[in-house]
Design a protein around this ligand. Structure first.
Ligand code: FAD
Ligand code: NAI
Length: 324
């Protein structure tokens, strides 16, 4: 039996569910509050270059996911990134090379999500605020302007846990499960410099101070333009500075970057600070996906497993399998 399915959220989990369900012959429509898509896998485009300000790279450990990654590599949608890796702790900056394969979308993270969305129906700039039950176990989606979409006989919710809870009023058990998951915040700052910074660092895991990650964005394959950098704060720094003005965040995290690199930084010619309220789940779970088949409601997202792109993809796949 072919279903008419709505998916709320067009991040990697929603896209993965959409692809699997479409392949099984179902009719699928994705809804997202953002104009584009890709969710936390996100790039900021500027005149001085494009910056990955959400997910930085991904790893692939599950065999099914690795197969999928191979297909994306063959298509040229993703490329392996081999950064000169460092770590920074109380003893300073030290090389920290390893054998882990890491992949990035090319020429930016969102280019990959755009390719994945080809052929799928996406309704953007539409924030769904509730599900309205119709006769015959069908659902209407209601947006913030009280516009209705549907009816659908299956609904997949693929948003971060805190944004799934209000949509799960009709499925209180699923709502209760999702409400267990706290998601941590994070600040990301992107900076472009006129002259390349004199350092060998392409990426650095930071173990002390306000940062937890530093990346030379322009060291990723296919990135053109100036020397660009992206730094990300720890969750605890973000929690303490949630309402700090973006300019002040840029200033403070720019200073932290200078400390990590041991350099005096010139003023960036372009900078951008982004606050993620729901950057990552505060733990790992083994739910795969959540389901209330008697209602026709399914839930997926990275948080059903862990806080990584691979988890998001696998969770979407799991939701699709449970549904069919
Ligand atoms: P999301 O990508 O969050 O997608 C959910 C979508 O739902 C969004 O597009 C949102 O707009 C939409 N939405 C929410 N509510 C509604 C609503 N009511 N109506 C309509 N649409 C709605 N992972 C890695 O593997 N490697 C990394 O290096 C890495 N770095 C990261 C760095 C940062 C700063 C952040 C924030 C995350 C990082 N992650 C990383 C995690 C990774 O980005 C996520 O695991 C993954 O993108 C989650 O995908 P998802 O589809 O589950 O959720
Ligand atoms: P991974 O295997 O590269 O890294 C996992 C973790 O192992 C790193 O965070 C780091 O602490 C440590 N590590 C790995 N290699 C290291 C090395 N060579 N030297 C020192 N430490 C090393 O990637 P994986 O497992 O795919 O994780 C994804 C990444 O996404 C992680 O770095 C994680 O912190 C990050 N992430 C960031 C979020 C944010 O909001 N900033 C949200 C979700 C994930």
């Amino acid at each position: 039996h072919n279903h008419n399915i709505a998916i709320i959220g067009a991040g990697l989990a929603g896209i993965s569910a959409a692809q699997a369900l479409t392949q099984s012959g179902h009719r699928v429509t994705l809804y997202d509050k953002s104009r584009g898509s890709g969710g936390r896998m996100c790039s900021k485009r500027t005149t001085e270059g494009d910056f990955d300000i959400g997910a930085q790279y991904f790893t692939a450990r599950d065999s099914q996911f690795r197969q999928e990654v191979k297909r994306w590599l063959d298509q040229g949608w993703v490329t392996e990134w081999n950064p000169r890796l460092y770590r920074y702790d109380d003893n300073g900056l030290t090389p920290s090379e390893d054998d882990q394969q890491r992949f990035v979308g090319t020429p930016r993270m969102t280019a990959w999500s755009r390719h994945l969305l080809e052929g799928l129906e996406l309704v953007g700039e539409t924030r769904i605020v509730r599900l309205h039950p119709e006769a015959d176990r069908q659902w209407l989606l209601v947006d913030e302007h009280d516009r209705h979409y549907g009816p659908y006989d299956r609904v997949v919710i693929a948003t971060p846990a805190p944004q799934a809870v209000p949509l799960l009023e009709a499925a209180p058990q699923l709502a209760q499960t999702a409400a267990q998951v706290q998601m941590e915040a994070g600040w990301a700052v992107a900076m472009a410099f006129e002259q390349p910074l004199t350092t060998n660092v392409d990426a650095c895991f930071v173990r002390t101070g306000p940062l937890d990650w530093v990346a030379r964005n322009s060291s990723k394959p296919g990135r053109a333009g100036l020397d660009t950098w992206v730094v990300q704060s720890t969750a605890s720094w973000a929690e303490g500075h949630l309402d700090l003005k973006p300019e002040a965040v840029t200033q403070q995290l720019g200073q932290a970057l200078a400390e990590v690199l041991g350099l005096h930084l010139p003023p960036p010619v372009q900078s951008h600070a982004h606050r993620w309220l729901y950057a990552r789940p505060n733990g790992e779970y083994n739910w795969g996906a959540l389901a209330a088949p008697e209602l026709g409601v399914y839930v997926c997202g990275d948080w059903c497993l862990g806080g990584r792109l691979e988890n998001a993809w696998l969770s979407g796949l799991q939701a699709a399998r449970t549904l069919t």
